[in-house]
Design a protein around this ligand. Sequence first.
Ligand SMILES: Nc1ncnc2c1ncn2[C@@H]1O[C@H](COP(=O)(O)OP(=O)(O)O)[C@@H](O)[C@H]1O
Ligand SMILES: [Mg+2]
Length: 248
Amino acid sequence: MSRVIKSCIQKGETFACQRKGPMEGAQSLIAKNITKKFHQGSKDFEVLRGITQEFKQGHSYAIVGVSGSGKSTFMHIIGGLDKPSSGDVALFGHSLYKNPQRSDVLNRYIGFVFQFHYLVKELSILENVILPGLIAGMPRHEAVSRAMELLDFLGMIAKAPSYPTELSGGEQQRVSIVRAMFNKPAFLIADEPTGNLDEGNAGQAVNLLLEGCRAWNMALIVCSHDRYVYEQMETVLRMQQGVLAQEK
Ligand SMILES: Nc1ncnc2c1ncn2[C@@H]1O[C@H](COP(=O)(O)OP(=O)(O)O)[C@@H](O)[C@H]1O
Ligand SMILES: [Mg+2]
């Protein structure tokens, strides 16, 4: 385990929302009978056809399936980025889509990693990494000190003042993963996180995701075509004809 993650655990910085008690789904995100339709011309086209699936903290999941099967659509819905046509998402037992503070909840409890890193190119690497902390109200000096620890862990402390375009693709993706984990989200959702990386960089990226998952009791939900990535996840789910079936 990395030194920085170990030190965070020693400081007691485990995820604050590891709630105890009898409430259903207290440590999970549950997709409840999710459907999604898109309009194509005058017709409706149903991509998701009633998916119910629980994702538990501390557990890793892969979602596999052919291109166009609805993986990204589903990930966006469970991550609060796109509304379902029907059904709901329960986060810690509470509806995500009925919550008026949805964007605060998302920033605090859900981290997203995409195939393309989406670092803000006008901001330095350090500023990119501290962004979720500042949005969550963390004092700047605390955010900077945490970001420097994380960059140190990546072996990238010297790159703190650089800009995203000055980094390699693998470095950019590792920074975007660290940024997604900055607030120690309960659920980290990664949509084809290694799709743009060579094997070596893909391996580093997936190790980083798994380490965060173990250290902070996050649920890791990864959509990937890459066998090396999905085989490392504890549960593998296949998206087929609008539903999810468990493969492993
Ligand atoms: N905003 C949208 N409007 C219309 N159709 C969409 C939209 N987003 C996705 N789709 C369609 O939904 C299907 C599933 O897409 P997607 O979830 O991106 O699949 P995957 O991630 O498995 O490749 C595709 O046929 C795609 O064209
Ligand atoms: Mg996709």
